[in-house]
Design a protein around this ligand. Structure first.
Ligand code: DOR
Ligand code: ZN
Length: 335
C-alpha cells in the first residue's frame, strides 16, 4: 500500500545554525518541499541582513534538494513601519515570543498589552505579514497555554485583518478558538498528536519528549486529533522539530524540544492510516498551509509505503522521536 504526498510543508521548523544546521537541514529538505524557519538563534534573527544571510546558509546546507526556506523575523515591539515594509519583501511572518518563555526567547516581548504592540501589529496587518505566536503565559506549566487564550482573543479582535497563527497548539481551549475568530489559525506538531504528559513524566522521565508547550491531557490530544484528521482548513502541520545535542537533553537541566523532522511524514502516515484519514493528509501537510500563507511551494512528490521503517538511534548527536523504534510506514521515493 502506498500514499503519495505533493510538496509537503513544515510550517514551524527550527534549523539552528552552524554544525547543527548542517546536520538537520538536509533531513528536512529530503522529504519536505519547504518550511517556515524559526528565528530563535543566538542572537535572534531581527535584521533584514540577518534574515538574508541565514536564508543563504540554509540554502547552502540544502543545495542538493528542492527545499524553500520561508523566513521569519523575531518580533520586537519597536520595529518601525518602514523597516517592516522592507522586511515584508523577504519574510512571510514575524514570530512573537513572550520574553523568556522558551529556548532563546530572552529578547522577546516583555508585555503582551495590545496597546504596546499596536503600532507593529497594525503595520503588519496593513502589509499582509503573518503573526506567529508562542502562546504561553508564565503561569503553572499545564495552564500556560489556556491562560494565553485571552490574549489570543484580544489580539484577534483588535486586528481583525491580521492573520494570527497560534503555534504548536496543545489544548482543547485553543482548538475552540479556531471557529470563534476568522483570523486565528494554528499549527499542530506530530508529537502533540501522539503523546500526553503521561508519556513524558508518567513513568521513567523521557527527556527526548520534553518540549514547550509541554504535552497535555488525553482530552487535549483528542481535540487536536479531531481537527488534524479532518484537516480542518485552519490547521496545518508545523513540526516544531527542535534539535538539541544529546548532551543538552540527557542531562540535568534538559533543553525543551522534540526532534521529529526526519520521521515526521512516516509517522503522520501511520497515524492518519490508523484513523482511516489518509485522504486528509495532503491538506494537513500542504494544501491548508498554501491557502493560509497564499504560497505555492516547489513541486515535490513523496511516495510513502506501508513497509516498516526502523528509526536510527541518532542523526549526528541528535536523538529523534522514535529512536530505535519501528514505524509502520517508510518513504519509498522522492522526486
Ligand atoms: O520545545 C521547544 N523547543 N519549544 C519551543 O518553543 C522552542 C523550541 C526550541 O527552539 O528548542
Ligand atoms: Zn518552535
Amino acid at each position: 500500500m502506498t500514499h503519495t504526498l505533493y510538496s509537503p510543508l513544515d510550517m514551524h521548523l527550527h534549523l539552528r545554525d552552524s554544525a547543527m544546521l548542517q546536520t538537520v537541514a538536509p533531513l528536512s529538505a529530503q522529504s519536505f518541499s519547504g518550511g517556515l524557519i524559526m528565528p530563535n538563534l543566538v542572537p535572534p534573527v531581527s535584521t533584514i541582513s540577518g534574515v538574508l544571510e541565514y536564508q543563504q546558509r540554509i540554502k547552502e546546507a540544502t543545495k542538493n534538494e528542492t527545499f524553500e526556506p520561508l523566513m521569519t523575523l523575531f518580533f520586537r515591539s519597536d520595529y518601525t513601519r518602514e523597516f517592516l515594509q522592507q522586511a515584508s519583501l523577504h519574510v512571510k511572518a514575524l514570530k512573537l515570543y513572550p520574553s523568556g518563555i522558551t529556548t532563546n526567547s530572552e529578547g522577546g516581548v516583555a508585555s503582551m498589552d495590545v496597546e504596546v504592540l499596536r503600532p507593529v501589529l497594525q503595520a503588519m496587518s496593513d502589509l499582509g505579514l503573518v503573526l506567529c505566536v508562542h502562546g504561553e503565559t508564565n503561569g503553572f506549566v499545564m495552564d500556560r497555554e489556556k491562560e494565553f487564550c485571552n490574549i489570543y482573543e484580544d489580539l484577534a479582535s483588535a486586528f481583525p485583518k491580521l492573520k494570527i497563527i497560534m503555534e504548536h497548539i496543545t489544548t482543547c481551549e485553543s482548538v475552540a478558538l479556531l471557529d470563534k475568530y476568522e483570523n486565528l489559525y494554528a499549527t499542530i506538531t506530530l508529537h502533540h498528536l501522539l503523546i500526553t504528559l503521561d508519556d513524558v513524566v508518567g513513568g521513567m522521565l523521557k527527556p527526548h519528549l520534553f518540549c514547550k508547550p509541554i504535552a497535555k491531557r488525553y482530552e487535549d490530544k483528542e481535540a487536536l486529533l479531531h481537527v488534524a484528521l479532518q484537516a480542518h482548513p485552519k490547521v496545518m502541520f508545523g513540526s516544531d522539530s527542535a534539535p538539541h545535542p544529546i548532551s543538552k537533553k540527557e542531562c540535568c537541566g534538559c533543553a525543551a524540544g522534540v526532534f521529529t523532522s526526519p520521521i515526521a511524514l512516516q509517522a503522520l502516515a501511520e497515524l492518519f492510516d490508523k484513523h482511516n484519514a489518509l485522504a486528509s493528509l495532503q491538506s494537513f501537510v500542504s494544501n491548508n498551509a498554501q491557502a493560509i500563507y497564499a504560497y505555492t511551494p516547489p513541486f515535490k512528490e513523496v511516495v510513502l509505503v506501508k513497509v516498516p521503517y526502523r528509526v536510527p538511534n541518532s542523526y549526528g548527536d541528535v536523538v529523534p522521536m522514535f529512536a530505535d523504534e519501528t514505524l509502520a510506514w517508510s518513504i519509498q521515493s522522492v522526486r
